[in-house]
Design a protein around this ligand. Structure first.
Ligand code: PMP
Length: 354
């Protein structure tokens, strides 16, 4: 039976990427060797790393603008502390929009003072705070563009004279934006970019070198910039599959086309959430994420029936995160509109049965 994969991450990637990636395990570039058994310093792999870095900057419109792309390890969670290690001298400002922002704040507090400019914790993070001000004397401002668990997404970013740092783990490469307003962007690969195991860090080089503390080599962005993501053995396969996915994004129309498709999928699902009296959306309407739609049953007693319906129909990964309950439909770039239609039809089906 065809599967419809709404998993929050790791998640669906393009079928073409799975095909090509599996072939490279058997025979990479007709070399008679698997990509898994060659040196990361071989010409074949170095060109993979170069292309992945170049595609990332190209898709974000950041080529030749003073930015470098790195493929590091340790997940976005390691970036929570690397950002502060490298950039926090005295004080940093953070916007708290959910679990991941809270974790970033916790790490930053190990390095200096953290000003939480606003938080949506009062309503279980179901909205994005809007009116807050960012102090002028902070080293940087940090925010999370898309809150994977709660299903909220920042549609606008506050103007600030301070360096702007953003965790884009769950919506990178999903929409067009002026990315040059950010000074550092990071994202775990395992949503729109590729498999788990590597983390993209896009960094404007001139923000570095402003802290006085000693930074261990692996935690230091400069180490990785100097060695072009090859200071230690990179996650070769994760970088390779990310490179294939970035190629796929580019050849399928880039971020403009991704955004259009993602918006169509989100509009289709949210329209049904709002129309169907059995369901209610979790996130505030104006802050709804196009990547992760969170919704609940109005009457929880229908849970068993609905769960059986979608599980029997090949739908995977629709369960909500435990901190929200209900359902979460993650609609990353590679998810076809057709899969969203299947869930919408099942919601209608439930309505007819009750
Ligand atoms: N930030 C966001 C927005 C996330 O969604 C996640 C993981 N789902 C993380 C950070 C943590 O990423 P990792 O597991 O790669 O450390």
């Amino acid at each position: 039976m065809k599967k419809h994969n709404f998993s929050a991450g790791p998640c669906i990637l393009p079928q073409e990427v799975f095909q090509e990636a599996s072939q490279a395990i058997l025979d990479f570039n007709n070399s008679g060797l698997s990509i898994l058994e060659i040196s990361h310093r071989s010409a074949d792999f170095v060109s993979v790393m170069d292309e992945a870095q170049s595609l990332a900057l190209d898709l974000l419109g950041l080529k030749n603008k003073g930015y470098k792309a790195l493929f590091l390890q340790g997940g976005a969670s390691t970036q929570f502390l690397m950002v502060a290690y490298n950039l926090l001298n005295k004080k940093a400002a953070y916007l708290n929009t959910g679990t991941w922002s809270s974790k970033a704040i916790k790490e930053a507090k190990l390095f200096g003072e953290v000003v939480e400019v606003a938080s949506s914790k009062d309503k279980n993070f179901n909205y994005i705070p809007k009116s807050y001000s960012i102090p002028e004397d902070v080293d940087y401002f940090h925010c999370t563009s898309n809150n994977t668990i709660f299903g909220t997404q920042m549609k606008e970013f506050p103007p600030t004279s301070r360096p702007l740092i953003c965790d884009m783990s769950s919506d990178i490469f999903s929409r067009e934006m002026d990315f040059s307003k950010f000074d550092l962007i990071y994202a775990g690969a395992q949503k729109n970019m590729g498999p788990a195991g590597t983390t993209l860090v896009v960094i404007k080089e001139d923000i570095l070198g402003k802290v006085s503390r000693e930074i261990p080599s692996m935690m230091n962005y400069k180490t990785h910039l100097d060695k072009e993501s090859m200071f230690n053995t990179p996650a070769v396969y994760a970088v390779y599959v990310s490179m294939l996915t970035l190629r796929w994004i580019k050849s399928n129309g880039g971020l403009a086309a991704m955004e259009k498709r993602n918006q169509e999928k989100a509009d289709l699902l949210y329209a049904e959430i709002d129309r169907n009296p059995l369901f209610k959306g979790f996130a505030a309407k104006e802050d709804r994420s196009a990547m992760n739609a969170t919704f609940n049953l109005v009457d929880e007693s229908h849970k068993e029936t609905f769960d059986k319906l979608w599980k029997d129909s090949g739908v995977n990964g629709l369960n909500g995160h435990r901190s929200v309950g209900g359902y979460r439909a993650s609609m990353y770039n590679a998810l076809p509109l057709e899969s969203v239609q299947v869930v919408v039809d099942l919601m209608k089906d439930l309505e007819e049965r009750i």
